[in-house]
Ligand binder design. Structure first.
Ligand code: SIN
Length: 517
């Protein structure tokens, strides 16, 4: 007997929404390597973008998404996102989820960078992700099995099809679980950078898992840096939502110069890549950058999570100035899927930030990621329901196509070493010599060996480092292949691309390493 109809890896919005849509007629198991509240979704402050106001419509949301994405977006995926978004928001509300409303009961809509209109729904001010995850966990209690502190280390591929997962408990015990369909919803890889807004557990595990199993990944060079992370004692310690700039806050230098004034027509609400690069350039010139919040009335009421974050680091909100730096925030690329979540391996699906439908193009529009999780998980659930009916599971044998036989021959680096290297050479601003240096550094660990290594005997920390090495190498080498600047991929040795030049999508599979071997 298989262990489940569907195995889901990850516990953020995309994972939980998929389980939510499936649980009534399917047996679902969720695996998370830490605990169910430790995800990027839990940390998401901004909210959910959807064209729900009278003045707004899906076409405007479509336009903003395409412009922010530098027209590298998959147009079909964007249309699905912006058209289905408002309906699904309505559905969530009808199921009992409460977005913030004004005193007349109308939805309160926030504004964020590169949006033409106020269209960001939020909950408890800046705790939208936390509220959504809590709501879904409550709905799913006793209805799906959530296995915590158990890391998926390998996808079981049998006769070319994904048959389930191999896992490792904290105790070191290894186990196999079988299912008709397996879904990767592990989020992106922000924490392979030294400065990041992501949960520390978000280290590219799902992408490395899929790539090791032979799945296609795409657009790995496109990393979004959020412009405003709170900066304390040389570290980026937490996100200051763009919604703060949406309420009027502005970026200033130590001497009060308005940093974005002459840089972009949308000033402080310009697309994130533009704002992040401007801060980066200022910092390189030795200037400290601050977010001036002095004009926002009742800051602590509108932004309670940020207020608490600042207080916990001894930053005085009343001073009106928050020190900020950019940090890695979102991966636009990931495991290549169609708009129904299907990867290049039968039986294997991906959704949310781990997946790449192409919806975000080269740079994600603010607050489109929770929306992506909501919209695409519903489509995925519908696809899975049909797939499971037609593909009753038969395989539960431990025999698989996997041939992970190698032993580690080189001492693995520390996580910190990888994070520092990524920040310095594969960060906000890149060039050929830096990228080549990073590529060479990664390749000293032999990527083909890492793709073939038997993980069973390794600790979860060692497996995480191997996943970081594979993911970091994929980002670096994809960045070398993209000889242009576009959105979240900026190279000083290549110009910014004209949006009319569509360019190509950089696709990767591990075959490329073994084809001539
Ligand atoms: C933010 O609140 O600034 C982040 C929201 C997002 O990345 O969509």
């Amino acid at each position: 007997m298989p262990n489940a109809d569907v195995i889901i890896i990850g516990s953020g919005i995309a994972a939980l929404m998929t389980a939510y849509y499936l649980h009534e007629d399917n047996n679902v198991i969720i695996f998370t390597k830490s605990n169910k509240e430790r995800s990027n979704s839990w940390l998401a402050q901004g909210g959910v973008a959807a064209a729900v106001s009278k003045e707004d419509n899906w076409r405007c949301h479509y336009e903003d998404t395409m412009i922010a994405g530098c027209h590298h977006n998959d147009e079909k995926a964007v249309k699905i996102l912006v058209r289905e978004g408002p309906k699904q928001i309505q559905e969530l509300i009808s199921k009992g989820f409460r977005f913030d409303t004004d005193e007349r009961g109308h939805l309160q809509l926030g504004r964020e960078g590169a949006h033409q209109f106020r269209r960001i729904l939020h909950a408890d001010g800046d705790a939208t992700g936390r509220k959504l995850v809590s709501f879904l966990l409550k709905e799913l209690i006793n209805k799906v099995t959530i296995v915590e502190e158990e890391m998926v280390l390998e996808l079981l591929i049998t006769n070319g099809r994904c048959a389930g997962v191999k896992t490792k408990k904290q105790s070191g015990e290894v186990g196999c679980y079988y299912a008709s369909a397996t879904v990767i919803a592990t989020g992106g890889c922000g924490s392979i950078y030294a400065f990041s807004s992501n949960a520390s557990t978000v280290t590219g595990d799902g992408i490395a898992l899929a790539y090791r199993a032979g799945a296609e990944v795409a657009d790995m060079e496109f990393i979004q840096f959020h412009p405003t992370m709170l900066y304390v004692n040389g570290k980026a310690v937490g996100l200051i939502s763009e919604a703060v700039r949406g309420e009027g806050a502005i970026l200033v230098t130590e001497d009060g110069r308005k940093m974005m004034e002459s840089i972009h027509p949308q000033k402080d609400l310009a697309p994130r890549d533009v704002v992040a690069r401007t801060i980066h350039a200022e910092v390189l010139q030795g200037n400290n950058i601050y977010l001036d919040i002095s004009m926002i009335a009742n800051f602590s009421k509108r932004f309670p999570t940020i207020t608490q974050l600042c207080r916990s680091y001894g930053i005085d909100i009343e001073s009106g100035k928050l020190p900020v730096v950019p940090g890695a925030h979102f991966l636009m690329g990931g495991i290549k899927v169609d708009v129904n979540g299907q990867t290049s391996i039968p039986g294997l699906y991906a959704v949310g930030e781990a997946a790449c439908t192409g919806v975000h193009g080269a740079n994600r529009l603010a607050s489109n990621s929770l929306l992506e999780g909501i919209v695409f998980s519903k489509r995925l659930a519908e696809t899975l329901r049909n797939y499971i009916k037609e593909n009753m599971f038969v395989e539960t044998s431990p025999h698989t196509d996997n041939h992970f036989v190698k032993k580690i021959t080189k001492i693995l680096p520390t996580k910190q070493k990888i994070q520092t290297l990524m920040m310095q050479y594969v960060g906000i601003v890149r060039n050929e010599s830096g990228l080549k240096h990073a590529k060479q550094w990664f390749e000293q660990f032999s990527i083909p060996d890492l793709l073939n290594v038997d993980l069973d005997e390794l600790t979860t920390e060692e497996i995480t480092i191997i996943n970081m090495l594979i993911t970091g190498w994929l980002i670096t080498t994809s960045a070398l292949k993209r000889t242009e600047s576009r959105g979240g991929h900026y190279r000083t040795d290549y110009p910014l691309m004209d949006e009319n030049w569509k360019g190509t999508r950089i696709m990767r599979t591990k075959e490329e390493l073994f084809v001539n071997a």
